[in-house]
Design a protein around this ligand. Structure first.
Ligand code: SF4
Length: 253
């Protein structure tokens, strides 16, 4: 099977097993952006704690992040780790947004994908995965997000080596998923070895996950969310749980 066909087969198998995963868990575009910064090198549970702190302090907006003293911001996001670096990066982002787009996310996201991606990548504290998460999940731009789970699954299935360059993986995924209609998802079905709770356990849709987006952006969104679920619950680093994984039929012999 060609690499593109393998990826498409994985997408259909996962979507058929679990249905859409409703990413990203956030209420606003700005919350997605803050989450994309905070989630670098840490577990999402730590990010959630930091986001709760920011929300209850009324700091989850562009103006508040711009004006809050750096030390206060650092203490609010401490649970997310690398808090000094992340606080500075968030300040850098809002300064960029204000200078370049008058503080308007709508104006920023109206830029062509390639242009805005270059601008985001030129900011301190933002790599390809974070830039693409912001573009896809906050801006609804059609760009695939590659993460460590994608690398692990593709490596174990012989699709690409785990250390393949980010751009190679991203472009392969985009090519493989091109032309799929987001509405073509088959109904969720239970497979022989699948644990019953995994069939039912679908995340509650967040406001951002329900945002209007193109078909292609929806497919990238669904695929990334599904891979996250595989990586978190099945394709574990030291001991993969292949017996219960919907991708087991696609393992190389
Ligand atoms: S758990 Fe096994 S079957 Fe599932 S993605 Fe990982 S290697 Fe493949």
């Amino acid at each position: 099977m060609r690499k593109e066909e393998q990826i498409r087969a994985c997408y259909h198998a996962l979507l058929g097993a679990w249905g859409p995963q409703h990413w990203w868990p956030a209420r606003t575009r700005f919350e997605v952006i803050v989450g994309a910064y905070l989630t670098q090198n840490t577990a999402w549970t730590n990010v959630e704690r930091a986001l709760r702190q920011l929300r209850s302090a009324g700091l989850l907006n562009v103006h508040a992040i711009q004006t809050v003293p750096l030390r206060t911001l650092e203490s609010m996001i401490r649970s997310a780790g690398y808090f000094r670096q992340k606080a500075r990066s968030l300040k850098t982002f809002v300064a960029f947004l204000n200078d370049r787009y008058g503080g308007s996310l709508t104006r920023m996201f109206a830029q062509p994908t390639k242009t805005l991606r270059q601008e985001l990548l030129s900011l301190n504290g933002i790599g390809a995965e974070s830039a693409d998460s912001i573009l896809l999940y906050a801006g609804q731009h059609p760009i695939f997000v590659v993460d460590a789970y994608t690398r692990r699954v593709f490596g174990r299935h012989g699709i690409l080596p785990e250390n393949a360059p980010y751009e190679v993986i991203r472009q392969l995924c985009e090519k493989a998923l091109a032309g799929i209609s987001a509405q073509s998802a088959v109904p969720v079905t239970k497979t022989e070895n699948q644990e019953p709770e995994t069939v039912l356990a679908v995340h509650r849709p967040s406001l951002m996950s329900l945002a209007k987006r193109s078909d292609v952006a929806q497919v990238y969104n669904d695929m990334h969310g599904l891979i996250v679920r595989v990586g978190k619950h099945y394709c574990l680093k030291s001991k993969p749980r292949c017996e219960q994984c919907p991708l087991r039929p696609f393992l190389p012999s």
